[in-house]
Design a protein around this ligand. Structure first.
Ligand SMILES: *[C@@H]1O[C@H](CO)[C@@H](O)[C@H](O)[C@H]1NC(C)=O
Ligand SMILES: *[C@@H]1O[C@H](CO)[C@@H](O)[C@H](O)[C@H]1NC(C)=O
Ligand SMILES: *[C@@H]1O[C@H](CO)[C@@H](O)[C@H](O)[C@H]1NC(C)=O
Ligand SMILES: *[C@@H]1O[C@H](CO)[C@@H](O)[C@H](O)[C@H]1NC(C)=O
Ligand SMILES: *[C@@H]1O[C@H](CO)[C@@H](O)[C@H](O)[C@H]1NC(C)=O
Ligand SMILES: CC(=O)N[C@H]1CO[C@H](CO)[C@@H](O)[C@@H]1O
Ligand SMILES: CC(=O)N[C@H]1CO[C@H](CO)[C@@H](O)[C@@H]1O
Length: 574
């Protein structure tokens, strides 16, 4: 009998595992309307979260990600403390997908704790100053999804953290929303559980309403599944009204997706009293908000810790821990149930573009590796393999002064996206060098660039033809035809380390925005008006390139290059 042999096998497994007590998997959390629910019984789920990751700023300095889910000893050390804090969610800012997370994930599961994880990492995130949504970045996001999809205690993923953070860079949100769309589709394509994908925002008074509406509006295929706001408005003893919470609640009450504090806990008054907890989980707010995540577990220089880790590795609870503990263990939020709950509204208008909002709802295209490979094989002029990718930018600057580079650029205000705007820097460079080569008459010397480029045989595979024709030679059209590239993909020059990933046109400083918020908190954050949530300061300049050097090199290169083209002499690139 099939059943009997299954039972026998199961029994054998139980015997083999008898030392470890295996708790059942936590029920997945699902979303209906603007609320989270337990999938097993339909009761409402409020986040009682703690941000759980020590300083990731060192990553920006070139060190490794301190991945809390890969350190099972620390997990096991900390879980009893998280349980004292009635914790049901931990927020993780950056994971290392080369490491094993299974032991910590199951320890958290057994403790009734869900994980909400950022998909980006400080070196691999959408840059608010020159935003792109690329093959490389999508690969990073996919790798995190692949790693965590199997765990039922993954509550959801953040596709970005404070990427746009004021009215000067709202354009970047279009790229984050494209990331949400593509990640959701990837989860579907892989037939994973429907894991929610959302966004974590700062709290900027000019942009906060437009931004929330932007992420929550539109087709279900592309809108965020939930929305977090990093909130530092309630400092010391405050009230629902005087803190600003009342205004925020009025502003977010029409949001059609769950909204919560993805960080909170102003520390202007220390020790923190956490009197906001009663309000957040009380009747003034629970219709609109789904709880929050206290920033943060570990005490560090910025003084937001609930515990400190002593030199001997032990945990010492701080005053903030005790105060938060007494508050969070004393809440009784009302509970809706899916059986009787009907969302009051299901759709929301997208924000109009204007002085404070510049991202159109026409999103950047989905990165398509085959298309980039098709294009790259079809061009004749290629950058030489021995040119350092650090030097690509100089070539882009020169060539894009000579030819129309719209095929590789993206503008989320106009909604014009080059068909190759998501390709690797190398592929993009090949594309524009080839445009220059063709424009100049396609002589061998037109593909030289001071010895940096070479001609190769161009081939257009049949399975690429229609799409490439639709896109056109400038790269500005849209392909409705699908593409399939056979052979080795050209974009396998996946950038894996710091120096390499800061090269080219894609992003000079991917660390500028993204998951570094865990480290960027200045101790004075949380001003009530919260023009900025205070999370930006330490991020600034995190990864600016050595601008002086580049500019100088660029000037020299550009003039040398112009001379060399005229004279037909090859000059080696510096
Ligand atoms: C629903 O299930 C969750 C998870 O098992 C549990 O914590 C909660 O108490 C249950 N709700 C009710 C009303 O039984
Ligand atoms: C990491 O950050 C801590 C705290 O800011 C600092 O003391 C330490 O030197 C840094 N380590 C590295 C490798 O940068
Ligand atoms: C990820 O972990 C691997 C294996 O330990 C390590 O080699 C790598 O440097 C880590 N990467 C980051 C960004 O921390
Ligand atoms: C919420 O929706 C109501 C009804 O459509 C509308 O009158 C109100 O202005 C909206 N509030 C906000 C803050 O958008
Ligand atoms: C996008 O287009 C607008 C309108 O033409 C322009 O003002 C803006 O500078 C462009 N942005 C980028 C990043 O090119
Ligand atoms: C509201 C509250 O619990 N306040 C306590 C916070 O911690 C300090 C220091 O332990 C206590 O004095 C407060 O009573
Ligand atoms: C592909 C590539 O360019 N890899 C280089 C990245 O940078 C390191 C040094 O930081 C080089 O060793 C790799 O060859």
């Amino acid at each position: 009998m099939q059943l009997k042999s299954f039972l026998t096998a199961a029994a054998a497994t139980v015997v083999a595992n008898s030392v470890t007590a295996v708790a059942a998997d936590l029920p997945a959390i699902e979303i209906v309307g603007n609320k989270f629910f337990y999938s097993n019984n339909g009761s409402q789920f409020y986040m009682r979260g703690v941000a759980y990751q020590s300083d990731t700023a060192n990553v920006t300095g070139g060190a490794t990600i301190d991945d809390p889910l890969a350190n099972v000893e620390a997990c096991k050390r900390d879980i009893p403390y998280l349980q004292q804090l009635n914790t049901n969610v931990v927020r993780i800012y950056a994971v290392n997908t080369s490491l094993d997370h299974s032991d910590c994930m199951s320890a958290l599961n057994d403790a009734g704790i869900y994980v909400i994880a950022d998909l980006s990492a400080p070196k691999e995130s959408i840059n608010r100053k020159s935003p792109t949504w690329t093959l490389d970045l999508f690969d990073r996001y996919k790798s995190v999804v692949d790693m965590f999809a199997e765990y039922s205690n993954v509550l959801g993923f953040f596709a970005g953290n404070e990427v746009s953070n004021d009215k000067t860079n709202t354009q970047a949100s279009a790229f984050v929303k494209a990331a949400i769309r593509d990640t959701k589709q990837y989860i579907k394509d892989k037939k994973y559980r429907t894991i929610p994908v959302g966004y974590s925002s700062n709290d900027d008074e000019d942009t906060r309403v437009s931004m929330a509406d932007y992420f929550a509006c539109g087709d279900s295929d592309e809108k965020a599944d939930f929305y977090g706001i990093n909130m530092y408005e309630w400092c010391g003893k405050s009230t629902f009204k005087s803190s600003g919470y009342a205004d925020r609640t009025a502003e977010f009450k029409n949001l059609t997706i769950p909204v919560f504090f993805s960080e909170y806990g102003c520390n202007e008054v220390s020790p923190r009293l956490f009197t906001e907890v009663q309000t957040l989980y009380g009747s003034d707010m629970t219709d609109v908000w789904s709880g929050g995540i206290v920033y943060m577990y570990f005490e560090e220089d910025n003084h937001y810790g609930l515990v400190s880790i002593e030199d001997d590795g032990s945990v010492k609870t701080l005053d903030d821990f005790n105060n938060y503990s007494s508050e969070i263990n004393n809440i009784t939020p009302t509970s809706a149930n899916t059986a009787s709950y009907t969302p009051s509204a299901t759709s929301l208008a997208c924000p109009a573009t204007g002085a404070y909002w510049k991202a159109t709802t026409n999103l950047p295209p989905s990165p398509n590796e085959d298309l980039c490979s098709c294009m790259d094989a079809s061009v004749a002029c290629h950058i030489s393999d021995d040119v350092d990718s650090d030097d690509y930018q100089d070539l882009f600057d020169y060539v894009c002064g000579e030819v129309d580079c719209s095929g590789i650029t993206a503008n989320s205000t106009t909604g014009h996206y080059g068909a190759y705007s998501f390709c690797s820097s190398k592929e993009q460079l090949d594309f524009v060098l080839n445009l220059y080569y063709e424009k100049s008459g396609s002589a061998k010397s037109d593909c030289d660039f001071s010895g940096s480029a070479t001609l190769k045989k161009a081939t257009t595979q049949d399975s690429c033809k229609t799409a490439l024709q639709q896109i056109g030679s400038l790269g500005t059209g849209t392909a409705s035809a699908s593409v399939e590239f056979s052979g080795s993909k050209t974009s396998s020059t996946k950038q894996t380390d710091d120096s390499n990933s800061s090269s080219g046109s894609e992003s000079a400083s991917a660390t500028e925005s993204g998951s570094s918020s865990a480290s960027g908190k200045s101790s004075s954050s949380g001003s009530k008006s919260s023009k900025s949530s205070g999370t930006g300061s330490a991020k600034k300049g995190a990864a600016s390139r050595s601008t002086g050097r580049v500019n100088l090199a660029q000037v020299i290169l550009t003039s040398l290059a112009s001379i060399s083209f005229v004279a037909g002499v090859g000059i080696a690139l510096v």
